[in-house]
Each structure stands twice: as C-alpha cells, then as structure tokens.
Design a protein around this ligand. Sequence first.
Ligand SMILES: CC(C)(COP(=O)(O)OP(=O)(O)OC[C@H]1O[C@@H](n2cnc3c(N)ncnc32)[C@H](O)[C@@H]1OP(=O)(O)O)[C@@H](O)C(=O)NCCC(=O)NCCS
Length: 135
Amino acid sequence: MIDYSDSLDGICKEQLGGFFVGWRHPLTPTEHIRLLAGSSHFLLAMDQESGKVVGFITALSDGLLSAYIPLLEVLPPYQKQGICRELVRRMLVKLEGLGMVDLLCDPPLLPFYQCLGFQPATAASIRRPRPIDKQ
Ligand SMILES: CC(C)(COP(=O)(O)OP(=O)(O)OC[C@H]1O[C@@H](n2cnc3c(N)ncnc32)[C@H](O)[C@@H]1OP(=O)(O)O)[C@@H](O)C(=O)NCCC(=O)NCCS
C-alpha cells in the first residue's frame, strides 16, 4: 500500500535512495531532502510496508499566478502502478488557485498529461551541468 505525504517530519536519509536514475551524479539523500525542503510544494509516495519513499513530485510557485513542476519520479520497481498519476493529481489540487501550471516532458508522456488537463505547449530551456558534473 502507498501513502502520500506532504511533510518531511520524521523522514530520514535512509528512507530516500535510488532516485535520479540515469543522472551522471544523482543527488545524495541529503541533497534530495534539501531540494524537497526548498520547493514551494512537494509530495512523497511512501511504501507503507518498508517505510521508504518510492516516488516524489515537486512544484515551484510564486503563490499568485503560476507554478512549475520540475521533478517527478517513481522508483523503477514501483512504476506502472498509478503512483505518478496520483502524485500529479494531488499536486494539481494543491495548485488549484493558480492559472498557469507548467512542466516539461518527453513526447511519449504527453498523452498522459493531456488526460490530466495539460495542453501541449512550446517550451524553451537551458540545461547547465552542475559543478560536480564537470569533474
Ligand atoms: C514517468 C514516471 C514518473 C511514471 O511513473 P509511474 O508511476 O510508472 O506512472 P503511472 O503508473 O502513474 O502511469 C501514468 C501514465 O503514464 C504512462 N507512462 C508511464 N511511464 C511512461 C513512459 N515512460 N512512456 C510513456 N508513457 C508512460 C502510463 O502508461 C500511464 O498512463 P495510463 O494510466 O493512461 O496507462 C516514471 O516512469 C519515472 O519516474 N520516470 C523517470 C523520471 C521521469 O521521466 N519523470 C517524468 C518527468 S515529466
């Protein structure tokens, strides 16, 4: 069973791990907690049995008009069970009063986001390596 939480109370490094799959330098659990704490909103999906965090979503918002969803990930063994869908659904409830909610996604995921009310849009972005990536 999966629980959903928007709190870091009682969350420790040992409960976070395995995220940032494919990244050259995945964030450490300590950095991950910092990232969550620094986000305007976040949600965690927790495996009730193991107590581990198995998915998360973050949003950065100005609190008035707009929000951006930069990160959304579900650990591979927990994928294709609807956890991403539930994280997005719950985040959209949190962002309900805002007129602009944006995210970037790969083309195969676009139909899924369209089902949740997102419209295709043109985007522009800069991706810079973190200092650690240059080592
Ligand atoms: C993308 C990701 C978050 C999906 O998580 P998930 O919990 O497996 O997704 P769900 O089970 O809730 O499925 C959501 C929908 O997305 C679709 N989907 C999931 N992964 C997909 C993929 N790689 N390509 C295409 N569609 C995908 C599912 O078919 C499902 O649609 P359906 O309900 O109409 O069948 C997960 O694969 C992941 O963490 N990927 C790596 C990070 C990433 O790409 N994040 C997305 C940033 S926009």
